[in-house]
Design a protein around this ligand. Structure first.
Ligand code: FES
Length: 184
């Protein structure tokens, strides 16, 4: 009779131990899962965020609010800041385009970088062409073709759209110093 009672007590203690052990295992499992999430999330984010944060393919930039305010026959340079996110780093770049119209209806836009080595070129009012101060490259305003100097190809023309009197340019950069127009 005494031995039966002892067995019953041992069985009860054993069940208690199993329950306590199970509980501890459950708690440590939860802890491990939380730790993995805390450590792993930034690592996963570093791989995933560049894809999620990639700039949209249609990189349209508004460069003029009203076509009526743009001079005909005189190019105007428009600068704008673009943000790019690489993993957790956000960088801002100052870009620019030259906008030109001969009739106030159809517009041309050129990437603001010289096709030689990427310097910012200016409009030479006296000669009515574009002039790159770095190596004296010159370009025709109406076509973008090279008039003088080392640039290996014409200025990089960009797509333009007029929407409700505002002018938008699809901004792109291209590889410098080569004869072909290849997106960078
Ligand atoms: S960078 Fe423009 S001519 Fe060289």
């Amino acid at each position: 009779m005494a031995s039966t009672r002892r067995e019953a007590v041992e069985e009860h203690d054993g069940a208690k131990q199993v329950t306590r052990r199970g509980f501890l295992r459950w708690v440590s499992g939860i802890g491990a899962a939380v730790s993995a999430a805390v450590v792993g999330f930034p690592a996963i984010r570093a791989f995933v965020s560049p894809v999620l944060a990639a700039p949209p393919l249609d990189n349209w930039v508004k460069v003029a609010d009203d076509i009526a305010l743009l001079d005909v026959g005189v190019p105007v340079r428009v600068n704008f800041v673009q943000s790019t996110v690489d993993a957790w780093l956000e960088s801002r770049t100052l870009n620019g385009v030259w906008l030109f119209t001969e009739d106030g209806e159809k517009f041309k836009a050129y990437n603001g970088h010289c096709t030689h080595l990427g310097c910012a070129y200016i409009y030479d009012k006296d000669h009515k062409n574009f002039l790159c101060p770095c190596h004296h490259g010159q370009f025709d305003v109406t076509t973008g073709r090279v008039l003088a100097g080392p640039p290996p190809r014409p200025l990089d023309e960009l797509e333009v759209q007029v929407r409700d009197s505002a002018v938008f340019v699809k901004y792109r950069d291209f590889r410098l110093g080569i004869a072909e127009k290849v997106e960078a």
